[in-house]
Design a protein around this ligand. Structure first.
Ligand SMILES: Cc1ncc(COP(=O)(O)O)c(C=O)c1O
Length: 407
């Protein structure tokens, strides 16, 4: 942010940010200016100028929240259960979280002091980085990766170091990880199943990563928000490895598994000592998660445990359809095994991913996200979300095919 003079009104203390000019004499934290707007939103918001475009950009399920979950939220409001809860969240919900992750992934967390209910996984991510990062710390992330981490890491004074997965089928190589860890490394962050690639990690690969990490003095942050959307084999969590527990932050939530993006419920699970520190930050920046959402979450985790598997039937059908169409168009693409994204390469067209996505939107009438939004390692790819109706996917693929023929 720069203090400059306004040529129109001669006010000296005018701040210029990327977003415009502000008539004010007080400066702001320059790191906020560097944040900008989330790349996905920035791109998706341009679609309003193309109302006839097929929108395959947004990363959220296209199903309604399960009926029973909605009713639990409504009941909570009707019964005046609309107050604060304990900072860490309702103990009944924390117990439900502990039971769910124990049953599903064999992870053991004590509901009393090893689980916090957050406002979505996003708040868990932010709170963890607030607590662990000191200026100059490095965080290793397999890339391409979800665009929501890098701004938070840099905002809190850290630096991202990327582990290239583009030549290893989007799997993080344990050997490569070992070479990237230095005394500056504070944490390694994983997100599998992956947004944007749809890749999952095999149990053997997880064992190899855990083996490298167990001897390293680094935190592990694992955002497994798509684990319930695993299509091939069984998801293995980093929470499965007891030898990592004293430095693991295991992040999850209901946004994707139960189509609850607007309810804002996330889970942060960790060792009690680490979590006590995060709870301090969480208590000041959120107090607690919204109480009706917490009651709805109990219902989701107890009586609607199979909802994600129901949704998966549709995702698998749609994934197969989109994969088949992209392959027939001659695109180099890997079959995703989780989440609801597919990440074809468009390198052969000689356009940057942003140029390709912009032209596809304007000339072809389809909205997708340029891979470069997901770190520079995503350059040369597109992220297509297939959590859309069969009709939208068919029309989107028809238009993409027609657009490619014009290149
Ligand atoms: C990998 C990943 N983590 C976290 C989030 C944010 O989740 P929440 O809605 O729980 O904040 C998203 C949303 O797209 C995501 O893709």
């Amino acid at each position: 942010m720069y203090i400059i003079e306004c040529i129109e009104c001669n006010i000296k203390n005018l701040n210029r940010t990327k977003e415009g000019l502000f008539h004010m004499s007080l400066s702001m934290n320059p790191r906020v200016d560097e944040l900008g707007l989330p790349g996905i939103r920035k791109f998706a918001s341009q679609l309003v100028n193309y109302p006839d475009a097929i929108n395959l950009t947004i990363g959220q399920p296209d199903f309604p929240t399960p009926e029973a979950v909605k009713k639990a939220g409504i009941r909570s409001i009707e019964n005046n259960l609309t107050t604060y809860s304990a900072n860490a969240g309702l103990i009944e919900l924390r117990k439900a979280v502990a039971a769910f992750f124990e049953e599903k992934y064999n992870c053991h967390y004590n509901p009393v002091d090893e689980i916090i209910i957050t406002n979505g996984a996003s708040q868990a991510i932010d709170s963890v980085f607030r607590v662990i990062l000191e200026p100059g710390d490095e965080v290793i992330l397999p890339a391409p990766i979800y665009a929501g981490y890098e701004p938070v890491i840099t905002y809190h004074g850290g630096k991202c170091v990327y582990l290239d997965t583009t030549d290893t089928d989007f799997q993080p190589s344990a050997e490569r990880l070992a070479t990237l860890i230095t005394p500056k490394t504070k944490a390694v962050l994983f997100n599998f199943p992956s947004n944007p690639t749809g890749a999952t990690i095999s149990h053997e690969q997880m064992d190899a990563l855990a083996n490298v990490l167990k001897d390293q003095d680094v935190y592990i942050i694992s955002d497994e928000i798509y684990s319930e959307n695993t299509f091939d084999g069984e998801h293995r969590s980093f929470g499965y490895y007891p030898e990592l527990k004293d430095r693991l932050f295991f992040i999850h939530g209901l946004s994707k598994s139960h189509s609850m993006t607007g309810w804002r419920i996330g889970f942060l699970m960790s060792d009690a000592k680490l979590l006590a520190e995060v709870t301090k930050v969480h208590s000041f920046n959120a107090i607690c998660a919204a109480l009706p959402s917490q009651y709805a979450a109990i219902e989701a985790l107890t009586n609607c445990k199979d909802t994600p598997q129901e949704m998966n039937k549709s995702y698998i059908r749609r994934r197969n359809y989109v994969y088949d169409r992209l392959t027939k168009m001659g695109l180099d693409v890997k079959l995703p095994t989780g989440a609801f994204y597919i990440f074809p390469s468009i390198k052969k067209f000689g356009l940057t991913s942003e140029e390709f996505a912009l032209r596809l939107m304007k000339e072809g009438g389809v909205g997708v996200i340029p891979g470069s939004v997901f770190t520079p390692y995503g350059e040369g790819y597109l992220r297509i979300t297939y959590a859309y109706s069969d009709e939208e996917l068919k029309e989107g693929m028809d238009r993409l095919e027609a657009f490619i023929k014009t290149l």
